[in-house]
Design a protein around this ligand. Structure first.
Ligand code: COA
Length: 330
């Protein structure tokens, strides 16, 4: 008997407020034309002061639970991928549990840069395959604007806030669900994308605040070079582990960090536009939330059919990269 983790529900949450490229022109020295041609981003949504990673995650989770037609009390586990937890501890997973239900549910936060969602899906899939858990909530939520430096034009234009959540469910004897995953991490590139301050290496101090060490720092060029290689590798390796090839892939759902990175993969795999999901123009890089957001959009547009081979792939701080290969359907 093969037990697989199938996607039983998907929910997303995007904050209401929109920050356009024209708005950014008033904040940093940039232009709509530069941002669009270099990144493909036109606008992004930003969370209000009263919104946190856990509040966005909770709303996305409620929607995913409704979609799966189960309640929070049915959950056996919560895996929350985030790089901007409400607090370093307690975990965002515990905060979400508390906001969803009075029933205790085991859970933890998982931090693997923008690849965290991919790591979360594989972790939950393995927990389900162990036979010990049947309903797992996998969340990808980030309020990246809380660590974005709006005095640094090289990063300020890239990021937005959002959350997404999957209900993964054990299904015995099914052709559907997560077929394989490929995960990687290589700390040699750790400094390319980093929030230097606030951890044990550099605890908060007057100096760390004054020198803006609590904001995200990125070497854009080097990160770009890494991403252009990592994304196709993740797709190919994930498919290989499922015994499939690029030609078998019906839909690619790539992390939305830069349109040019996605375009490079599209060219390399010679994908027609119907076989890739792109929505970076309206959300920017929402970190671990880009994939659920893109997948949900594809679903709403009727682009997902039972039996389709769907590949989720991402890269990010760590450096990390990876993919999940899913046969769509429940
Ligand atoms: N507006 C206008 N000019 C800008 C700018 C902005 N927002 N940001 C940078 N520039 C300038 C630079 O200062 C530089 O000027 P110079 O030539 O006078 O020195 C010029 O534009 C080119 O900068 P460069 O960094 O080479 O641009 P780029 O084409 O590499 O694009 C990124 C920059 C950040 C968009 C791109 O490198 C990128 O997307 N990297 C990957 C990021 C990523 O994926 N991160 C997330 C991982 S999860």
């Amino acid at each position: 008997m093969i037990t697989r983790a199938v996607v039983a529900g998907l929910g997303t949450y995007v904050p209401e407020a929109v920050l356009t490229n024209q708005d950014l022109e008033k904040i940093v020295e940039t232009s709509d034309e530069w941002i669009v041609t270099r990144t493909g981003i036109r606008e992004r949504h930003i969370a209000g002061n009263d919104e946190t990673t856990s509040s966005m995650a909770t709303e996305a989770s409620r929607r995913a639970l409704r979609d799966a037609k189960i309640t929070a009390e049915d959950l056996d586990f919560i895996v929350c991928a985030t790089n901007t937890p409400d607090t370093i501890f307690p975990s965002t997973a515990a905060r979400v549990q508390h906001q969803l239900t009075e029933k205790p549910i085991p859970g933890f936060d998982l931090q693997a840069g923008c690849t965290g969602l991919i790591y979360g899906m594989e972790t939950a899939s393995a927990l389900i395959k162990s036979g010990k858990y049947r309903n797992i909530l996998v969340i990808g939520a980030d309020k990246l604007t809380s660590i974005t430096d709006y005095e640094d034009r090289t990063t300020a234009v890239l990021f937005g806030d959002a959350a997404g959540a999957f209900v993964l469910q054990a299904n015995d004897n099914t052709e559907f669900g997560i077929l394989s995953s490929y995960l990687q991490a290589d700390g040699r590139g750790g400094d390319l994308l980093i929030q230097p301050g606030g951890g044990s290496l550099m605890p908060a101090s007057k100096e760390s605040v004054e020198t803006r060490q609590h904001y995200l720092k990125m070497n854009g060029n080097e990160t770009f070079r890494f991403a252009v290689k990592a994304l196709p590798e993740a797709v190919e390796e994930g498919l290989k582990r499922a015994g499939l090839e690029v030609g078998d892939m019906d839909l690619l759902v790539p992390h939305q960090a830069n349109l040019r990175i996605i375009d490079a993969a599209v060219r390399r795999f010679e994908l027609s536009p119907e076989r890739v999901v792109i929505n970076i123009d309206r959300y920017g890089n929402t970190s671990v939330a880009t994939i659920p957001l893109a997948l949900q959009e594809a679903r709403m547009e009727g682009r997902l059919h039972d039996g389709d081979v769907v590949v989720l792939c991402a890269f990010g701080a760590g450096l990390t990269w990876g993919s999940n290969v899913i046969r769509w359907g429940r």
